[in-house]
Design a protein around this ligand. Structure first.
Ligand code: MRU
Length: 351
């Protein structure tokens, strides 16, 4: 298992490998039920990714890497001569489980390349790689926590969107990792978290994460963010990302783009925190990032209760793209880029 370094403000792990299978904290059930589910196949893991049992770009990639281990075990047992071909089909199926978070394709490509070089039983070497992907993600988050918190001048508060904490990653979190570090060092006193309609990642997950780790926070309606900025209550907006294009455009949870526009207008700084596994040099700009559209019911209903008038239709894009020009700082485990451009990103990735 990945080595575990936990502090007072870092107590949650939502993705774990136990003995021979994957265990996920079911994020659909939070905050009222802390229920773990055990998965034994790539099919079940793909369904868990689609249904948001596990969500958040890095967490999805890690879960998929462990799914490849289970798929390889099954393929090798059933077809010892032809296991690689069978495995490739399962990897393709996993890649199609969600389209926007590039960490999923990144982790699966790494597992696929490793499988190419294996002679004999693939389970153990692939498990070693999946555990490494998991641990590297946690290490990257600690590093980004240090780098990102160093950018923040002592202030009352910061605003975050969606859920980017332990639940969304291997542990600790990206944007929420920076917030954890800044709070631990006494740099910030308070966190504001958007509800994040329609799936409520803010209310159900970030608020739970912060309460659990004893970080004082207020939840606000997404539409209250501009007013919060106008009142001077926050110095930074800090978010994660699902995919960053080669030119620095950032795909993240729907609503991020309007936060960035509002932040620039109000003189609030805008920070994106993401490991380099989220940077996709093959995607040249934000317009090329596939944006997932999720079922209408997520907008029309709340907790399975119909809210909208019957016969109403809803549009439910799960992500939007913030242009690089609105990003003040991009924090990765390899370093910080201020005012990101294609040249600066290429240099960072080559370093
Ligand atoms: O639809 P979700 O909940 O998977 O979306 C998650 C986000 O948008 C996060 O902000 C992003 O994955 C970065 S999390 C480390």
């Amino acid at each position: 298992m990945p080595k575990i370094i936990m502090s007072q403000h870092d107590s949650i792990r939502a993705v774990e490998w136990k003995d021979n299978h994957l265990v996920l904290l079911d994020q659909r059930k939070l905050p009222h039920n802390e229920q773990f589910i055990a998965l034994y196949s790539a099919d079940d893991t793909a369904e868990a990714i689609r249904n948001m049992v596990v969500r958040g770009a890095p967490a999805i990639g890690i879960a998929a890497a462990y799914a490849v281990v289970m798929a390889a075990r099954k393929s090798y047992k059933q077809y010892p001569q032809d296991w690689r071909q069978r495995l490739l089909a399962e990897i393709e199926m996993l890649k199609n489980s969600r389209p926007t978070a590039v960490n999923l394709m990144w982790a699966l490509n790494r597992m696929c390349e490793a499988a190419d070089d294996i002679q004999g039983d693939p389970e153990y070497p692939l498990l070693e790689l999946a555990k490494k992907i998991h641990q590297d993600d946690i290490d990257a988050n600690y590093r980004m926590g240090e780098l990102g918190s160093a950018l923040i001048a002592p202030s009352h508060g910061v605003l975050t969107h969606c859920n980017t904490g332990s639940l969304a990653t291997g542990g600790y979190g990206t944007a929420l990792g920076v917030i954890r570090s800044a709070y631990s060092k006494g740099i910030i006193e308070h966190v504001y978290a958007d509800e994040t309609r329609p799936w409520w990642q803010g209310s159900r997950l970030t608020a739970w994460d912060l309460v659990k780790d004893k970080i004082p926070a207020h939840l606000l309606c997404d539409s209250a963010a501009a007013h919060l900025m106008k009142l001077g209550k926050v110095s930074w907006v800090i978010v994660g990302s699902d995919r960053i294009a080669a030119n620095g455009d950032v795909a993240n949870k729907i609503g991020t783009y309007s936060l960035a526009v509002n932040a620039r207008y109000h003189g609030v700084k805008f920070m994106v925190v993401a490991p380099t596994s989220t940077i996709d040099l093959a995607t040249l700009c934000g317009n090329d990032i596939p944006i997932e559209e999720r079922p209408q019911d997520e907008v029309l209903n709340v907790s399975n209760q119909r809210i909208a008038a019957y016969h109403t239709q809803a549009w439910n894009p799960a992500f939007d793209v913030t242009p690089a020009s609105l990003v003040d700082a991009l924090v990765t485990e390899k370093g910080v880029i201020e005012n990101p451009t294609a040249e600066k990103i290429a240099a960072l990735m080559a370093s």
